[in-house]
Ligand binder design. Structure first.
Ligand SMILES: C=C(OP(=O)(O)O)C(=O)O
Ligand SMILES: [Mg+2]
Length: 431
């Protein structure tokens, strides 16, 4: 099929928070039309590629993306017409050169990523391959452990509950992706029952997890352990817990401000705090335990906890291969979060994940707190063979669409499908 790009258009659509975002459509000479939508974060890293917003207070409180759409259609489009959609690197390099900044601030990472994703999808279709095989080759057959964020805190709960932003259920003991997802949904519902019994709120945060008003960050861990046991599963042996502290959000003047516990901790105290939680609970992964501006103390964190659990950098690395390379040299973590819109192209995202994996690090693919029903990351996870991804709670359309796509992939792979299970992480599961 002729995969020459003959048209690129963009529209403004809404994301899961009711904010506008970019959707791009790419048309190929063979008649294939593919589209992709761009997600958006709330607890963003300071070194993320720039998401272009119009700033006109009369439309969406300044959050409109009409300028980004204009850039897709009037500045990027003309340069990409007649290129082959299968030449992903050429396409992405062309947009990077056209932008000319080191953080995609001129054209907007939302404009660039929309085009990059839509081109990849169009090229896969034109090649007659599912997206995960197109991006990952014939060896892309391993299904990830879904890390399901069933209890939300931090800015995703508007500061109403736990300081720690995400408490994720990690069903690594399941025999298949399908079973892991079922376990997640069952524990989620059990947690709802426990919260109701305790008179706690079952309202949900941005990623679909419950957002109760707790008074200590260990309270969600107790609640989740109880929910796991309620459905007859074994905490630790079958199901672990992962946390994303998103601690840059509560780091100020060299201290970690635990608002729900009404106390402040220095970096060494914060590390001791996590060490105690690792001793007491079945934790297998900690993301952004320390803040993006606390680089030196990440080394201590890694020295103390990095042998036992996966320590993931999100805000501190921003899926940026140059920053991840420095972090590998400095040995400050053992895994990188992988978010497409933090860096802004498919090519650079793949490079970031491959760099981490080549050095024995984990690569943990992630959605954003503002999402659409686009399921690109599900295919990307299988393609990159990262073994785990996070896409929020096992509820809400924009979250479950990624998990549902993984069900379809597992079914399509049939007997070739393998489930990552306890091998998903860069550190062996301790239980
Ligand atoms: C998914 C996350 O949240 P956001 O999209 O708000 O950065 C995260 O911090 O990992
Ligand atoms: Mg994070």
């Amino acid at each position: 099929m002729d995969s020459t790009i003959i048209g690129i258009s963009a529209r403004e659509i809404l994301d899961s928070r009711g904010n506008p975002t970019v959707e791009v459509e790419v048309t190929l000479a063979c008649g294939i039309r593919a589209r992709a939508a761009v997600p958006s974060g709330a607890s963003t890293g300071s070194r993320e590629a720039v998401e272009l917003r119009d700033g006109d207070p009369r439309r969406y409180g300044g959050k409109g993306v009409r300028t980004a759409l204009e850039h897709v259609e009037e500045r990027i489009g003309p340069d990409l017409i007649d290129l082959d959609a299968r030449d992903q690197k050429v396409i992405d390099d062309t947009m990077i050169a056209l932008d000319g900044t080191d953080n995609k601030a001129r054209l907007g990472a939302n404009a660039i990523l929309g085009v990059s994703l839509a081109c990849a999808r169009a090229a896969a279709e034109a090649s007659g391959l599912p997206l995960y095989h197109y991006l990952g080759g014939p060896g892309a057959t391993r299904l990830p452990v879904p890390c399901m964020n069933i209890l939300n805190g931090g800015v995703h709960a508007h500061g109403q509950g736990a300081d720690i932003q995400e408490f994720m259920l990690v069903p690594y003991g399941a025999g298949s992706f399908r079973e892991a997802l079922r376990w997640g949904a069952e524990v989620y519902h059990a947690l709802q029952g426990i919260l109701l019994k305790k008179g706690l709120s079952v309202g949900v945060g941005d990623e679909g997890g419950f957002a109760p008003q707790v008074h200590a960050n260990r309270e969600p861990l107790d609640l989740i352990v109880a929910a796991i046991e309620t459905v007859g599963l074994q905490p630790g042996a079958e199901v672990g817990i992962a946390m994303d502290s998103a601690s840059s959000e509560f780091y100020q003047d060299g201290k970690y401000h635990l608002h729900c516990e009404k106390r402040q901790l220095g970096s060494a105290e914060m590390i001791a705090y996590y060490a105690a939680l690792v001793d007491e609970y079945p934790l297998c992964l900690l993301e952004d335990g320390l803040a993006q501006d606390d680089w030196e103390n990440w080394k201590l964190l890694n020295r103390q906890l990095g042998d036992g659990i996966e320590l993931v950098g999100d805000d501190i690395f921003c899926t940026n291969p140059a920053i991840i390379a420095r972090a590998i040299t400095d040995q400050i973590a053992n895994a990188a979060l992988i978010k497409l819109n933090q860096i802004g192209t498919v090519t650079e995202t793949i490079a970031a994940a491959r760099l981490a994996q080549f050095h024995g690090w984990g690569a943990f693919v992630s959605h954003r707190s503002g999402e659409t029903v686009d399921s690109f990351i599900a295919d990307l996870t299988v393609a990159l063979d990262t073994g785990h991804l996070k896409s929020g709670a096992p509820c809400r359309g924009e979250r479950v669409e990624k998990y549902n796509q993984l069900l379809r992939i597992e079914e399509e792979l049939g007997t070739a499908a393998r489930f990552a299970g306890k091998t998903a992480f860069c550190r062996p599961i301790r239980f």
